[in-house]
Design a protein around this ligand. Structure first.
Ligand code: 5AD
Ligand code: SF4
Length: 464
C-alpha cells in the first residue's frame, strides 16, 4: 500500500494528552503531524479513540504519578471500545516512558506501547507493529523512508500566530536534582539550515512569533548553513540574528537557558536585535552558594546577579523569569534566606517555584539531610508570596504605558481580543477580530497578577 492509498482509508480517532514542559507541547504537535497523514483525526477526548497517546513528564514525582491515574481512567474506556468491537491502542510517550520503560506496562497493563522522546519518528512503525502483533490488518502501512525524510524539515500544522520551534534537545549539565539528562539524553543541536527552513515555512503560514525551544537552549551549537562553513557552528545569538531576517517573523523568544551558557554574543543581542523580545527565563534554582554547589549548578549567586546586571545594562527593561527549588537536601533556614535575598535583589516579572522532589537515580536522591515536607511547604509559601508580589508589581508598573501587543485570539467577552506584550504578559483589550494575527499599540489601563487590561490606540504604528 502506498502513502497515497493510506489517505483514503477510514479515519481513526487520535487523542493526545500532554503533560509538562513546552518541549512536550511541541513534541505532541509533531506526533500529531506525523499521524494525521496516516489516517488519524485529532479528537478532543479519549472516549472512543482508536489511539491514545499520553505524552508524559518525569521532572517531579507528582507529574509522573498523574500518568498512572490517567491510565487508570483509560482502562474502562478501552474495555468499552473493545466490547463494541473496536480497539484502543494506549501509548505512553515522553520522559516517564524513557525513565520507566517496560515497568509501565507491568504496572499498567492497559498500555500497549511505550515510546521515549528519542524515537518519535518511529511511532507509526511501532503502532503498526502493535496492530500486527494483535493479528490485525495493517491499515496504517506506510513508506517508512518517506516519513523519515519528511521529518528533516517537518510539515507543520500550526494554529495561531505564535509557534514553538525546537532547536536543541537534551542536557549535559547534570544538576544533581534533575532527571532531564537521563530522560532527554545528551545535548544535540539541530542544523541551522533545518531550523531556518522550518521557520520560513511557519512564516509562510502566517506565524509572527517564534519561541526557540531547548532544555538548554542557550547551549545551542548547530551546524552552520551551506555557504557559511567557515564559521563552523552557530551559537544561539547567531541563529537568532539569522532568523530575525525572515520576513513575517516579528518576534523571537527562547527558553530555557542556563546561566553558564549566557555568552557575550547573546547578551549583546538583547541590546541590538529588535525582534528579540525583552524577556528572559533564566533559572537560578537557589540563592545559597552552598546549595548551588550541592546542586552541581557550577555558578554562584553573585555570578548570577552579575549576569543580570549585564543584561539590564544592554536592555534596561528586560523582564526576568526564573525557576526555584526549595528544600534541596541540606537546605537550612539561612540557605533559604539567601534565596529570598537573591529574589529581592533581582526582581522577577514571573517565576516558577517548586518543592524539591526526590527523583530516583539522581545524585540528590541519595543525599542525606532530606528536608521535612512541612518545612518545604512553609518555605515554598514564603517564596511564592514574594514572587507573586513582584509579579503583581511588575504588571502594575505597566499601567499608563504604551505597548505593542501581538493579538492571538478572541477574548472571553464579546468584542474582546487576547494577546501578549513584549514581556509575555497576557493582555485583554476591546478590538475588532481583524486584528488577530497583527501587532497593534495599546495603552495599559489596569493590571492584575496574571494579566493587563488595555485600550487600543488607533493609528499608531509599532515596530515589534
Ligand atoms: N524537584 C523539584 N523541582 C525540580 N525541577 C527539576 N527537577 C526537580 C526536582 N527534582 C525544576 C527546576 C527546573 C524546572 C523545569 O523544574 O526548577 O528548572
Ligand atoms: Fe536539568 Fe536544567 Fe540542570 Fe539540565 S540544566 S540538569 S535540564 S535543571
Amino acid at each position: 500500500m502506498t502513502a497515497k492509498q493510506t489517505e483514503t482509508t477510514t479515519r481513526k480517532r487520535l487523542f493526545i494528552r500532554t503533560y509538562g514542559c513546552q518541549m512536550n507541547v511541541y513534541d505532541s504537535e509533531r506526533m500529531r503531524d506525523l499521524l494525521v497523514p496516516l489516517g488519524y483525526e485529532p479528537a478532543d477526548a479519549p472516549d472512543g479513540a482508536d489511539l491514545v497517546i499520553l505524552n508524559t513528564c518525569h521532572i517531579r514525582e507528582k507529574a509522573a504519578e498523574k500518568v498512572y491515574s490517567e491510565l487508570g481512567r483509560l482502562k474502562p474506556l478501552k474495555a468499552e471500545k473493545e466490547a463494541a468491537g473496536g480497539r484502543m491502542t494506549v501509548t505512553v510517550a515522553g520522559c516517564v516512558a524513557q525513565a520507566e520503560g517496560a515497568e509501565i506496562q507491568r504496572r499498567a497493563p492497559v498500555v500497549d506501547l511505550v515510546v521515549g522522546p528519542q524515537t518519535y519518528h518511529r511511532l507509526p512503525e511501532l503502532i503498526a507493529r502493535v496492530h500486527r502483533d494483535r493479528g490485525e490488518a495493517l491499515e496504517t502501512e506506510f513508506e517508512v523512508e518517506e516519513k523519515f525524510d519528511a521529518l528533516a524539515v517537518p510539515k507543520r500544522h500550526v494554529e495561531g500566530y505564535s509557534a514553538f520551534v525546537t532547536v536543541q534537545e537534551g542536557c549535559d549539565k547534570f544538576c544533581s536534582f534533575c532527571v532531564v539528562p537521563y530522560t532527554r539524553g545528551a545535548e544535540y543541536s539541530r542544523p541551522a539550515a533545518q531550523i531556518t527552513a522550518e521557520v520560513r515555512a511557519l512564516a509562510a503560514q502566517g506565524v509572527r512569533e517564534i519561541t526557540l525551544l531547548g532544555q538548554n537552549v542557550n547551549a545551542y551549537s548547530g551546524e552552520a548553513p551551506a555557504g557559511d562553513e567557515a564559521s563552523g557552528r552557530w551559537g544561539l545569538a547567531r541563529l537568532i540574528r539569522h532568523l530575525a531576517m525572515i520576513g513575517g517573523i516579528d518576534r523571537i523568544r527562547f527558553t530555557t537557558s542556563h546561566p553558564n551558557d549566557m555568552d557575550d554574543d547573546l547578551i549583546t543581542a538583547f541590546g541590538e536585535e529588535e525582534k528579540l523580545m525583552p524577556y528572559l527565563h533564566l533559572p537560578v534554582q537557589a540563592g545559597s552558594d552552598r546549595i548551588l554547589k550541592a546542586m552541581n549548578r557550577k555558578h554562584t549567586a553573585a555570578e548570577y546577579t552579575a549576569l543580570i546586571e549585564r543584561l539590564r545594562t544592554v536592555r534596561p527593561d528586560i523582564a526576568l523569569s526564573g525557576d526555584f527549588i526549595v528544600g534541596f537536601p541540606g537546605e537550612q533556614e539561612s540557605d533559604f534566606a539567601a534565596t529570598l535575598k537573591l529574589v529581592e535583589e533581582t526582581g522577577y516579572a514571573s517565576a516558577f517555584s517548586f518543592k524539591y522532589s526526590r527523583r530516583p537515580g539522581t545524585p540528590g536522591a541519595a543525599m542525606g539531610a532530606q528536608v521535612d515536607e512541612a518545612v518545604m511547604a512553609e518555605r515554598l509559601a514564603r517564596l511564592q508570596a514574594l514572587l507573586d508580589s513582584q509579579q503583581q508589581g511588575f504588571n502594575a508598573s505597566m499601567v499608563g504605558k504604551r505597548l505593542p501587543v501581538l493579538f492571538e485570539r478572541e477574548g472571553r467577552n464579546a468584542g474582546q481580543l487576547g494577546g501578549r506584550s513584549p514581556y509575555l504578559q497576557a493582555v485583554h483589550c476591546d478590538g475588532p477580530k481583524e486584528l488577530i494575527g497583527q501587532i497593534a499599540m495599546v495603552e495599559v489601563l489596569s493590571a492584575s497578577k496574571n494579566a493587563l487590561g488595555a485600550r487600543l490606540l488607533r493609528g499608531e504604528s509599532c515596530a515589534a
